[in-house]
Every structure is written in C-alpha cells, then in structure tokens.
Design a protein around this ligand. Structure first.
Ligand code: MLT
Length: 269
C-alpha cells in the first residue's frame, strides 16, 4: 500500500479509491494481479507533470470495496467507464494496463473505443487461458479463499521479476509482495475466476483503431517478447518497445525507461 491520500468515488455499487493527479491528457494506469494502484508509484509523480494521471484500485483491490464471487475483465472495464463519467472526464483518455490491466484494456477498447485516444499495453497477453491454465486458476481461487494469498504469491513471485531486480532492488520485490499479502482474499479469488474465463482477443487486434504502444520487459516469461511482438504487429497503428533487463513488472523494474516510452508516446498523440 502507498501512503498517498486517495480520492473515493461511489460507482456501480462500490466505493472506488484512486489517485487523480496532474493536468493534461487523462492517462489511466490500471494495475496487474493481485496488486493495487501503488504498483504505479514510480509513474505517478513523473507522468503527472504532463498529464492527468488517474490510478484506480480495481474493484476489491487495495482500498476499493468488494466484490462478487467472480469479477470479469468486462466488469472491471465497466467500472472504469463509470468512474470516468463520475469524474467528469469526457475527453478521450489514454488507457495503460499492465498484465491483468491489459486484459481490462482490451475489454475497455471493445466496449468504449470512442473514449480512447491511445492504448498502452504493458506486459500483457491477448490469448485466453488454455483449459489447463483456467482449471488451475479456479483451483487456486478456492485455495486462496481457504488459505489466503500465500500459495498464489509463492507461485507467482519467481516469474515476476528479472533476476537482477531481485538481487539489486529487493525493496521493489518486497513492496509488491506486501501489497499482494494485504489484498482481500475474496477479491483475489474473484479476479482469478474472471481471468480464467476471459476471451481470446486476438481476432479483435486488427480492429483497434487508436495509436497503441506495446511495452514488454525483454525477460518477461509471463507475456514473452515474441507474443507481444505479435500483438504489436496485429494492431494497425502500434509500436513495440522492449525494455532491456526487465521481467514482467517493467514499470517497477525499469521506471525511467518505462516512463520515457510513455512520455514519448503521449507527445506523439
Ligand atoms: C498479472 O501480472 O496481472 C498476472 O500475471 C496476470 C495473469 O495471471 O494472467
């Protein structure tokens, strides 16, 4: 968790907590699983120098209230559209999602394309889970309810970071682990069930009609470079940035490089 004072808005039957900072193009930063807005701590101050940075805790995560037994990626996208309405943001936004945040970005694009000025897809996947992966997620969801997030964290941690990050910046790893531990087990299980049934969005990539930046850590094993290159090649107006020496968590592992890529993209819009 961060120590930032968060705004709170009532939307879609929940209280949603968020950071809303700066002026300029609205830039919505959407966290991965099972995290909260604080995974963007290294982005919020620098990027709010030149844009209005809106950073929510998704339904059930961080300080946002929960939740249902299952939360689909579409549900998260609907929450964000309602949040923007509530904040009075009518101009098109740039939607930046990491991993699960990217799954939400695809659903937001599908339903609210006219609200998008640009899309940033960071370390994410267009493919759905294989049946085995989906079954594993559902089992894990049940386990999280029984035992808390520990087993999930043990499974995920080895895949999130480049080895150099683990060795040289252990505080980054620790702070993410803390957020995962503190998150509500029901919300984590609900999002896991939602991810298990997310659709394969590969067929819609060629219809994405806004400028798109695809960012991937070169050592990402969850959403590997080759898979993200295919996403970038399938979207008509997309460019790919590969971040050297980073794993899956590129915004936290290599914030200077990540932020520079985002600032360049925003300036090009
Ligand atoms: C994430 O970082 O959000 C997760 O790795 C997404 C997933 O489990 O598919």
């Amino acid at each position: 968790m961060s120590n930032r004072a968060l705004k709170r808005r009532h939307i879609e039957g929940i209280e949603m907590a968020l950071v809303d900072q700066g002026d300029g193009i609205p830039l919505v930063l959407v966290h991965g699983f099972p995290l909260d807005h604080s995974m963007w701590n290294a982005q919020i101050d620098p990027l709010s120098q030149s844009s209005r940075v809106i950073v929510p805790d998704l339904r059930g995560f961080g300080q946002s209230s929960a939740s249902d037994e299952k939360v689909t990626m579409e549900r998260f996208a609907d929450d964000l559209a309602a949040l923007l309405d509530d904040l009075g943001v009518t101009e098109p936004i740039v939607f930046c999602g990491l991993s699960m945040g990217g799954y939400v970005a695809f659903q937001f694009q599908r339903k609210y394309a006219s609200r998008l000025r640009g899309l940033i897809l960071a370390d994410t996947r267009a493919l759905c889970d294989t049946p085995e992966m989906a079954a594993g997620r559902l089992q894990m969801a049940d386990r999280i309810i029984q035992e808390g997030p520990g087993p999930l964290i043990d499974m995920m941690m080895p895949n999130l970071f480049a080895e150099a990050t683990v060795n040289e910046r252990p505080e980054v790893v620790e702070s993410l682990r803390r957020v995962m531990m503190e998150n509500d087990r029901l919300a984590i299980a609900a999002a896991a069930r939602g991810m298990a049934e997310r659709p394969d969005v590969t067929p819609m990539l060629s219809t994405i009609d806004c400028p798109t930046l695809v960012i991937v850590g070169e050592l990402d094993t969850i959403s590997p470079v080759e898979e993200m290159r295919q996403i970038a090649e399938s979207i008509p107006d997309a460019r790919l940035i590969e971040i050297a020496a980073s794993g899956h968590m590129s915004p936290t592992e290599k914030p200077a490089e990540f932020n520079a890529a985002v600032v360049r993209f925003l300036a090009s819009l």
